[in-house]
Design a protein around this ligand. Sequence first.
Ligand code: GTS
Length: 232
Amino acid sequence: MNTANCPTDAAPLPMKIYDWYNGPYPARVRIALAEKGLLAKVDFVSINLWKGEHKAPEFLEINYSGTLPVLELKDGTRIAECTAITQYLDDLDGSPTLTGSTAVEKGLIHMMTKRAEIEFLDAVSMYFHHATPGLGSHVEIYQNREWGLHMRDKAVRGMRYFNEVLKSQPFVASPSFSMADITVIGGMIFSALLGLAVPDDCQALREWYARMQQRPSLVAWAAMVEKGAPTS
Ligand code: GTS
């Protein structure tokens, strides 16, 4: 494993990404790639979550955490964690920037991205893994239903928080679209997959999401998902 190595950036392409086609976390990186016009530069390797391939010893060698997505560079360097991958992609070139240009923008985007994970997306994920059948008993070796339901309620509170934020600004963290928006989008995608409804009173969140769904990056993601699971 060489996840701690620093890439030289001399020739980072082609890149490989281990993911599962309709996963909400992988969606974050696919959307970031599309926003930056890099989708065609990536070879996607399917790791079937439903078969538990992400918990197999061979995959744990690739990512100790046993989660998707993972970016692999030409020199073998591996970067896991959506935020780290998005930061890497953004640092390849700053156009358009998803992680901010000024110190203040960068700070706010990272803060709101982390907040979107803690208060919303990760909470929905915990709900899925603990209070629903999740990926099945072969993967979900420990479940705590009460904790899962607590996380579901936290996620709904998170929706209400982001609704308040979006009442007074067009994007989650900054004057323009950023990694923080992509993270809330991940929460919306995961909620929709689970049938976890956005409360009726979250009008600003709903309107923001309707706008986000019109972005070419999300249209491309939805079209890819529509085609269904990869066959190989
Ligand atoms: N903090 C990680 C990140 O940001 O990359 C979380 C990644 C994560 O939870 N990925 C999901 C996963 O691997 C993929 S998906 O649910 O969106 O499809 N889940 C499998 C599991 O068993 O936790």
